[in-house]
Design a protein around this ligand. Structure first.
Ligand code: HEM
Length: 439
């Protein structure tokens, strides 16, 4: 819960900075304000959210151990302090702090690395004990490897800014940055989100979790293609004679893997046994649609060319529509579920308890999710068309929707043990969550 609270705080702060015009498109794509905001989003929001979810999720999918204890707290603190130091470094890069503060970039990045390593050590132990790994777990394993590739490259970029004399070649800022983005946005975020969604969405929609040969093809094309592309690009950055066509071919295979994943998700939803979808599963469809749109735009841009504006809009669809949309919609189930376990787990079978779903009010919260996704679509469109002022209104809509969803989660946490949901749920007198977990 601490991870989720900290992550949502960073998400809201990043959107406030955007609405105030502190980041792209009102500032250049590589301005200090944009870098501060991007890392609040990528580390503070998405990485902390994913690590928090994995602390709960890895013990469940491996069937081993309990949710992490105090080590998860140390990991979170290291990441948050490291991020704060990094942000000071980015401000120094833009001249808002003395140049000496540039050193905070690699130092803060190093602290984030240590925090992530503490968490990953826990996950690695559980995954190792659960061999042979399930499909979800194999995605998580690949995602975690990419996390460290992204962090390692980020620290190297930070060192290159803090101590440029040790990095005479400017290639670090070109090729190094591409590798950083590839590992972070596609490797860590997307592969992990794919692995988690395979498990969560099959549980929430009561669809078969076994994905058969198609699931393996998705893993092979997306994770295999991405590793091949990343390693080829890495070798090329070191000066090896790697043909550009080979890296491009590996990237095409990766894109094909993501498209196959979307096809498999459609198959999963069609095969579901729960006909009336809960809000979280319904909104996950919206985030998957954003992934499809982002893939289509990436294809069109690579065929017809793109500029900074289109690139920013594409990143927007990807970060806010796909990744953040999936994160917000799944928090809307995970937080009530964990709260339900804490509050009613000890009395289960001894007295009537409500259903997990009785802890939320879907009809009250549905409009906020709709506002969130509509605002993201509008903001990406305005960024692409170059209307930064109206773009701020769309971001404000997105921010309002996020705050209202946070409020809904807060109400779940604050609900009284004998709250109205108890009275509203006579049918659930036998109690029990609607999906199973060993958590
Ligand atoms: C999962 C973790 C991370 C992700 C997903 C990520 C993502 C990104 C993104 C999207 C950009 C481009 C920003 C823009 O265009 O405005 C970027 C740039 C950058 N990142 Fe990260 N980042 C991560 C971690 C780190 C860490 C730990 C550091 C360490 C200090 C770092 C240092 C940098 C630097 C220095 C740049 C600017 C490079 C340049 O302007 O050439 N990143 N990162």
């Amino acid at each position: 819960m601490l991870h989720f609270g900290a992550a949502l705080g960073a998400f809201i702060l990043a959107q406030i900075l955007m609405a105030l015009g502190f980041a792209f498109p009102l500032r250049p794509l590589f301005a200090a304000g944009t870098l501060v905001t991007v890392h609040l989003l990528t580390l503070g929001w998405l990485s902390v959210l994913m690590l928090g979810a994995l602390h709960q999720f890895v013990p469940v999918i491996t069937g081993k151990g309990k949710a992490a204890g105090v080590s998860a707290l140390f990991s979170l603190l290291a990441i948050l302090f490291g991020l704060a130091a990094m942000e000071a470094g980015f401000l120094a890069l833009g001249g808002d702090l003395p140049a000496a503060a540039l050193l905070f970039l690699p130092l803060g990045g190093g602290l984030v690395f240590c925090g992530a390593a503490i968490a990953a050590a826990d996950f690695a132990r559980l995954l190792w004990q659960a061999r042979p790994l399930s499909l979800s777990a194999r995605f998580l394993f690949c995602g975690l490897l990419f996390l460290f590739a992204a962090l390692g490259l980020g620290i190297t970029l930070g060192l290159a800014f803090a101590a440029p004399r040790f990095f005479p070649s400017p290639a670090i800022f070109g090729e190094g940055l591409k590798l950083h983005l590839l590992a972070g946005l596609f490797g860590w975020f997307t592969l992990t989100a794919m692995g988690v969604s395979y498990r969560l969405l099959s549980m929430f929609t009561l669809a078969p979790e076994e994905r058969g040969a198609l699931g393996n093809a998705v893993l092979l094309a997306s994770a295999g293609g991405l590793w091949a592309a990343w390693l080829l690009a890495f070798l090329a950055a070191l000066g090896a004679p790697v043909p550009g066509a080979a890296t491009a071919a590996a990237l095409i295979v990766t894109g094909f893997g993501f498209a196959l994943y979307l096809f498999d998700m459609a198959r999963l939803y069609r095969a579901r046994r729960r006909q009336k979808l809960e809000l979280n599963a319904l909104m996950a469809i919206a985030s998957l649609a954003f992934l499809a749109i982002a893939l289509l735009c990436a294809l069109l841009f690579s065929l017809f060319g793109f500029d900074e504006r289109l690139l920013g809009a594409l990143a927007y669809l990807f970060l806010f529509g796909w990744l953040s949309g999936l994160g917000l919609s799944q928090l809307y189930k995970i937080v009530p579920f964990l709260t339900w376990l804490q509050r009613y787990g000890p009395v289960l079978g001894k007295r009537p308890v409500p259903r997990v779903q009785d802890l939320v009010d879907e009809s009250r919260d549905r409009p906020w999710f709709i506002l969130y996704f509509a605002s993201v679509a509008a903001a990406a469109g305005f960024a692409a068309l170059g209307f930064p002022l109206v773009w701020r209104f769309a971001v404000a809509g997105q921010l309002l929707a996020t705050v209202m969803i946070l409020r809904a989660l807060w109400l779940v946490r604050r609900g009284l043990p004998e709250g109205p949901e108890m009275l509203a749920a006579p049918a659930a007198a036998q109690g029990g969550p609607r999906f199973s977990s060993t958590a």
